[in-house]
Design a protein around this ligand. Sequence first.
Ligand SMILES: O=C(O)CCC(=O)C(=O)O
Ligand SMILES: [Fe+2]
Length: 250
Amino acid sequence: MQSSAKIAPSRHQAGSDIAERVAHLDWPALEADLDAFGCATTGPLLTTAECADLAGQYKTDRLFRSRIVMARHGFGRGEYKYYAYPLPDLVTGLRTALYPRLAPIANRWDVALGRGGDYPAEHRRFLDCCHAAAQTRPTPLLLNYGAGDYNCLHQDLYGDLFFPLQVAFLLSAPDEDFTGGAFVLTEQRPRMQSRAEVVPLVQGEGVIFAVNQRPVTGTKGAYRVTMRHGVSRLRTGHRLTLGIIFHDAA
Ligand SMILES: O=C(O)CCC(=O)C(=O)O
Ligand SMILES: [Fe+2]
């Protein structure tokens, strides 16, 4: 009794406080970067304590629905675990607070790519669409890399229905906890050579990026580029990431 009474208020605060922090981000600047580069960084958004808490969850198997050893699938080297529902409050808080900021950008991109642009304004409604399309399994995940590990370039698509932006938070401290292990994006442009972007992150910082395609305005109108993301080889140490994907999986 006593311990649950103590835990409940702090859990509640975790969710509402993160909403406030997300609201205070410079959204016009983030949107401009997303349009220009297909990615944008939040600056440190999670506290060191929150990063440690999330990273510490990796060993608690009951919080997760599955564990993927990347080398077994040709995905790279290292491992990750998908959270089970109910998600930890901070993970739900991030999904809920980030989604409505990104939905207008997603809709604008969708229209520019010649599609409907009908992502709902609230994450709960979008999840209803996923669940109605038999995509019911949660996709937020923790990724865990040691020295020599890496994550091959990929796209996190888990069914026909997807939200075109996702966010990854670095939970470890670069240079202190690990070296190497850069977050990398590539952009494949029609009839042109691919472009790479390395995104330096500090502990607790998020990178918002395009899941699969984004519109680019060229001299002859908008064209679509295909994006992939991954992580370069860790040279030393240990690196954990929280991945916030907004669509659920089939
Ligand atoms: O570990 C990383 O930075 C990459 C994370 C990732 O692939 C994801 O969040 O989908
Ligand atoms: Fe990913």
